[in-house]
Design a binder for this molecule. Structure first.
Ligand SMILES: Cc1cc2nc3c(=O)[nH]c(=O)nc-3n(C[C@H](O)[C@H](O)[C@H](O)COP(=O)(O)OP(=O)(O)OC[C@H]3O[C@@H](n4cnc5c(N)ncnc54)[C@H](O)[C@@H]3O)c2cc1C
Length: 526
């Protein structure tokens, strides 16, 4: 969200500083289901306005970032006894199409069980009645966030990761900036500003209390986890869980499947969220039930991740809690943006910057974030310039670079030109080239091994976990950033800890193969 606000404000010609205490997207924004979607499920709870806004934003993001946000066909199988019979699914999908108001990606279809099985033969046959087929979008959440940051910088914003806000600066009872700390060196700095925006997702109440100790809590965050497992389905599936009737996703994710999500109240600190054995067990049970041939066991899990939904305080079940947002200004002038979904970040950013501009009577250009491409497309003529490098590299590699980095591809080609060995794949399991790792360090502000492997690339969420390329990466940090050996040893340890956290549920699962269900029940939502 902060990245979206920085992009919007910088594009309007405002002077912007963005600080992030960890890496960009290291909070909730890399822990999502990676969907840019209207939120079919929210129709059931009557959140029509949110669905309309999300579908509109889905269209906008698809327009400004077609290579980062791409259509995904999802199948919603209907079984005998499901809460949502086929007619209800059909009506819901028909309404979903209608609410897209001419921006629909593809109209939905209802399939007989036989036709659905032809598409996804592994689905449970018993009680299978029909399936709905509809289209939403999938994205790489961490990269979409980073791309906003990089474009904000290209429009003049100063964006710093690993810089934590410690306190606000005040003058005559009003905020006039913040005191921040460089997380690595401990060095402190003061940032003067006419306006301060708190876009810290689930941390928002903590920051509000830095401005006003007595601020009432506005958020009721819930925890949600995902598991990365070997690919179990070709289609993206949206299925009703037997255990609690929630809808869960089984999504294609490269050569893996991404399964999620769960919903329960936060039981620990935001900094220490991890998937528990119980949550993982719940997801695996549902996968093995709906795809009986998959036989996925806890030991097959490649990785898990857990995030906190920054939900506005709600009463009743989290399933019914609205994903709508609120922009609030406290007495000292702190503007807090709370709630919402990843899908609606651009609209929330626009609303926030519009509010700032009118409140401060700033002279600023109009919002252009729905018109300017998020990822600059390279001009063919510029590609010609790199003909001699392009000739040497695999066409598939070039196509992938253009999709992922847009005009940034030139800088990668430049690195490959400087050092031809950098065009090599980083390890036998990944297409990623060494030049991309270096590009992440030199041009994408990656400061640690985890930044590179978990957010600039997804290597951390693959079977090899990137362990066999740690020495290459360490070497790049030492050669190009002058990192010391001690720093890199510490970073390797931190990366190993990151991986261990994702698999921390395992010892418990090995001890008891059956899910106890003893923890707090999982609740509905995404
Ligand atoms: C399990 C799960 C699945 C989801 N799936 C989807 C989905 O598929 N599609 C969708 O649209 N939405 C989804 N969402 C919702 C979406 O992820 C969030 O709405 C969105 O990512 C919130 O972004 P944010 O920038 O507000 O918060 P965050 O991404 O959490 O960013 C806030 C940042 O503030 C930083 N911060 C905190 N304190 C300080 C400080 N003192 N100084 C500096 N920085 C600080 C944090 O480090 C953090 O990185 C999902 C959420 C969850 C939990």
């Amino acid at each position: 969200m902060g990245a979206g606000i920085a992009r919007d404000a910088a594009m309007r010609g405002l002077k912007v500083a963005l600080i992030e205490q960890g890496d960009f997207a290291s909070g909730t924004s890399s822990k999502t289901s990676k969907l840019i979607h209207g939120g079919l499920r929210y129709l059931e709870h009557g959140h029509l306005r949110l669905v309309v806004e999300s579908l509109r934003e889905r269209h906008t993001l698809r327009t400004i970032a077609p290579s980062l946000v791409h259509p995904l066909s999802l199948m919603l199988p209907v079984y005998e006894g499901d809460d949502r019979p086929a007619w209800k699914v059909n009506v819901g999908l028909w309404l979903y199409d209608l609410l897209a108001r001419g921006h629909n990606l593809r109209s939905h279809r209802m399939l007989s069980a036989r036709r659905a099985l032809a598409l996804e033969p592994g689905l449970l046959i018993e009680g299978f009645r029909a399936a709905g087929l509809y289209t939403d979008c999938q994205m790489d959440d961490a990269r979409v966030c980073l791309t906003n940051v990089l474009q904000a910088i290209s429009f003049g914003a100063v964006c710093c990761n690993y810089t934590r806000l410690r306190a606000f600066l005040t003058q005559d009872g009003h905020l006039c900036g913040g005191a921040a700390e460089d997380v690595f060196s401990g060095r402190t700095m003061e940032i003067q500003a006419q306006a301060v925006v708190n876009a810290t997702g689930p941390w928002a109440d903590r920051i509000r209390r830095l401005s006003d100790e007595a601020a009432a809590l506005r958020l009721a965050p819930t925890k949600g986890i995902h598991a990365v497992i070997p690919r179990v389905a070709q289609q993206a599936l949206f299925v009703q869980a037997r255990a609690d009737h929630r809808l869960i996703f089984i999504l294609p994710w490269g050569e893996y499947s991404l399964v999620g999500t769960t919903e329960r109240s936060l039981d620990g600190s935001l900094e220490a969220l991890r998937a528990s054995a119980d949550e993982v067990g719940y997801l695996l049970d549902e996968v093995n039930r709906i795809l009986p041939g998959s036989h996925i066991h806890a030991d097959d899990i490649v990785a898990t991740f857990a995030g906190a939904r920054p939900l506005l305080a709600f009463s009743g079940s989290a399933a019914k809690a609205s994903r709508e947002h609120r922009v609030e200004i406290d007495e000292r002038g702190l503007v807090s943006v709370m709630g919402g979904k990843y899908t609606t970040y651009r609209a929330m950013a626009k609303e926030t910057v519009d509010l700032l501009v009118s409140r401060h009577r700033w002279r600023a250009d109009r919002c252009l974030t729905d018109q300017v491409s998020l990822l600059e497309t390279p001009q063919p003529i510029a590609l010609d310039h790199w003909h001699h490098v392009i000739r040497r590299i695999d066409p598939d590699l070039l196509a992938r670079l253009l999709t992922r980095y847009g005009a940034g591809t030139f800088q990668i080609l430049q690195l490959m030109d400087r050092e031809p060995a950098l065009a090599q794949a980083v390890c036998p399991h990944h297409e990623c080239s060494e030049a991309e790792l270096l590009y992440a360090i030199e041009h994408e502000m990656a400061c640690t091994i985890t930044d590179v492997l978990a957010r600039r690339t997804r290597i951390a969420f693959s079977s090899c976990q990137g362990l066999d390329l740690l020495s290459t990466l360490t070497d790049l940090f030492q050669r190009y950033k002058g990192a010391s050996r001690e720093t890199m040893e510490r970073q390797v340890e931190q990366y190993q800890q990151f991986l261990a956290n994702g698999l921390a549920f395992r010892p418990v699962l090995s001890a008891e193969r059956h899910w106890s269900g003893a923890e707090e029940p999982l609740r509905s939502g995404k």
